[in-house]
Design a protein. Sequence first.
Length: 219
Amino acid sequence: TNLIHMFSRSRVRLSWETHYVGDLRAINNGLLDTYQLKSLDGLLDGDVADLKIHNINGKLYLDTYYDGEDPDEVDAKNKPGVPPKLPTDNFAAREPYDYVIRALGWLFDNSIFDETTAPQMGKHRTKKYPSILHNYESSNVPGMFFAGTCTHSLDFWKSAGGFIHGFRYTARALFHLLEWRNHGVPWPAVSLPTTQLLSVVVKRLNEGSGFYQMFSVLG
């Protein structure tokens, strides 16, 4: 490619700084090198909800809206087949693009639920996840449990519960919780002499994979 511009609603967070796997991984941050060292590519922060793409003769032009502007009124002023007016002379995205890749994440699909079973959603940063208790049960529908990525509201921006190497352990924990709740099966455990307690605990802390991936959540 000649150049790449990446738009995001927040500043880049590097996973090796935050220890959160959902942030930018080193294997994917080559764009930062070409941006900072060669000025070939670019990163732009802003609300993507205020952007619109116009296809004019096969070229994709970016249009922006200011706070308080009505997008429909702005579009009405644009002449068909004419590139939108630039917000500033030195607007970084003033040149058209050949391709635009939209990677805006996902939203929870609650269409399978009726009004009596629709789970309450989280708030603020976790609003796309169902609101759940720490036993993975819905906060408003008793007896409804969640597993996998949709339990990430409990550790969002903290641990790895939104990803396979994290939620495989929370799903296992849910299995043990339900075994105890529904069938009276105790959580797996071993009995040891107190003289071995310290060495076993230290060994477990060093080798246990569940609370290594799900720190601050399991353990």
